[in-house]
Design a protein around this ligand. Structure first.
Ligand code: HEM
Length: 252
């Protein structure tokens, strides 16, 4: 009697195990692109393809290493951004954004807090330096015509970073709550008031009222310590990603 032929059926559990092993392998390969480091070649591949062990690319055009091409102005802009972030977070431990306390907090920082004067000056001078180097970096990019395709998108990201740098500087100006801050921001927000059609609304939105007071201080503080630095950090990440993607213009 003829027996019916059946195809050998695999155990569903085996199938699941195989599928998950294949998936796991794919994930592993997406993280580690080389085989197990058991020879001189795979060991050097493991080191060079690891961003923590080898931050810089393995090959680079000699001409793009010339310091006089960039003067490291983009790197310096980032350096000052980091200095300002760290010193700014430390300043937040001593500063309360209240019209009754802010001025005294800054005075205490300069006279009572250990190294407070140094901390405040680091933040203040760092801010001036960042505005200057970001502007000079833009001039360098313009001078070397690095804004042309394929880098036009990164130029636009750069312009946004320039605006954010100015806004960070301006919003920080009010925080010491002294005469200079008060009148500088009065002038600045009056400029916003002169915007055609939406001027008074823009000024009201900025200072949360009709004159500079507690509402303005808390708005500027929140913009200065959260919204603007976060936006700048995201855009800096996009900026660096585009520098890598578009290829650096130097040495062509
Ligand atoms: C927070 C502000 C900024 C930071 C941290 C920053 C950082 C950098 C860095 C590290 C580089 C690569 C090396 C170098 O050129 O020095 C670069 C390149 C570039 N940046 Fe910026 N940048 C900033 C603002 C700007 C501004 C304001 C512009 C223009 C409006 C701009 C446009 C560009 C362009 C087009 C490149 C590519 C240059 C090339 O390939 O030669 N960046 N940036």
């Amino acid at each position: 009697m003829a027996t019916k032929k059946t195809s050998p059926r695999r155990n569903p559990m085996d199938q699941i195990m195989q599928a998950s092993a294949a998936f796991g392998f794919r994930v592993y390969k997406s993280v580690f692109r080389h085989s197990w480091p058991d020879s001189a070649r795979t060991r050097s591949l493991a080191t060079m393809s690891n961003v923590f062990l080898h931050l810089h690319p393995t090959t680079i055009r000699r001409a793009s290493l010339k310091v006089t091409y960039t003067f490291c102005l983009g790197g310096l802009s980032f350096f000052f951004f980091l200095v300002l972030t760290v010193s700014g977070v430390l300043l937040m431990f001593y500063y309360v954004p209240s019209v009754t306390q802010a001025y005294q907090d800054i005075k205490d920082l300069q006279t009572v807090v250990f190294a407070g004067q140094f901390l405040r000056n680091m933040h203040r001078w760092g801010a001036h330096a960042m505005v200057i180097v970001v502007f000079l970096h833009m001039c360098r990019v313009f001078y070397t015509r690095a804004y042309r395709p394929p880098r036009e998108f990164n130029w636009v990201v750069g312009v946004l970073l320039l605006v954010l740098t100015f806004l960070l500087s301006f919003s920080g100006y009010l925080l010491p709550w002294d005469q200079l801050s008060f009148w500088a921001v009065t002038v600045g927000t009056n400029i916003a008031k002169a915007t055609p059609f939406v001027g008074p609304e823009a000024q009201f939105l900025l200072i949360g009222g009709y004159e500079i007071g507690q509402n303005a201080l808390i708005r500027f503080y929140t913009l200065h310590v959260i919204a603007l630095p976060l936006a700048a950090a995201v855009l800096i990440a996009v900026h660096f990603w585009r520098v890598r993607k578009d290829g650096f213009s130097g040495g062509l």
